[in-house]
Design a protein around this ligand. Sequence first.
Ligand code: ZN
Length: 413
Amino acid sequence: MARFPPGFLDDLKAQADIVQVVQEVVALRRAGTSHKGLCPFHTEKTPSFTVNGDRGFFHCFGCGTGGDVIKFVQLHESLTFPDAVQALAQRFGVQVPVSDDPTRDAAAETERETLLAVHERARDYFREQLAAPAGTEARAHLDARAVRPATAEQLGLGFAPGQREGLKRHLLDAGYSLDILLKSGLVVEREGARTVDRFRNRLTIPICRDGGSVVAFGGRALGMGQQPKYLNSPETPLYAKSRTLYGLHLTKKAIHRLGYAILVEGYFDLAQVVQGGIEPVVATCGTALTASQARLLRRFASKVIVSFDPDAAGQAAAVRSGELLVAEGLEVNVALLPPGEDPDVCVRRRGREAFADTLKQSRPYLESPRPDATSRVTSRGGRSSRRCWPWPPASPTRRPVTSSPTGSRNELA
Ligand SMILES: [Zn+2]
């Protein structure tokens, strides 16, 4: 029997929204952080069947049936496990890597675990470097961007020193093989078979799965004229750029609780908005939003406010993102910032209230003027945006992060 690599099953479960799948056969009603309905597996008159979209499982308190989205499809459609996996993968557009070699699968799983451990170690190393004397300039950079130490800590920001083999030596000393370091993308091969750190003299930003494990890094250049300004980890067995949303692991609870997400473009947009106490935010990190990312977001929110740069590139990206999000059945509003301001600059320059105002004034995507008048928008869930929703949809935000003593000189205006 075909066995699926565990990493693939994680990906599939992240993509296949259990609420969406169950909702097609069971009428669900939102109840707190989960959904409730009449159990399809036993006869009942009062709902004891719950679905938790956030955690990706269902459970019936009446008959005790429960499990993940694959289990639901298996039971409901009387399919074998592999058939249920195939059906879901096909439906959610996830490629199925079929393997009949258990030894190879086990090896791949061990490798993934090692890669995860390598990323944890790397994050710790970068954080230590940021705190060390070597990190003075990087700390000054954060200061200049008004990122408080508490926020840097919350986001796990770090510093990759300028030397060519700092991280590499650290990880080799910790017992990891050069082979695994190369696979992690944190060490790269240069001409002459020389291997060096990918991130050098950069501020490091850990990119996490929505579960919280570090799977990649973004690196912001610190040197004058250092190019590129942003350097990211490559795709690895752990990291698929198109399926990851920056910051979701920190903000998914707030997004779920409030029912909406604010979509921004960059790491520092997210940092500044979160620091301002506006929690439900995720970032695309400069790449175009993908259908997979839209589906990922849909697991946590039914509404999205897109807040991209007001320049032409940003607005074109907002249009594409809006189209994708609407196609995934999300209600979409577009917030427009004044020229020259991205969310980062807006919060720094004019404070969180000013940014919150742009969110309040955001307009339904389908009613917004768009450069691309020919865009074809189809809504799968029939939940397309028709009108403005009351802002804020639920109890708004917590108080701004209180600054630590060392960060007080960077109080927002
Ligand atoms: Zn039941």
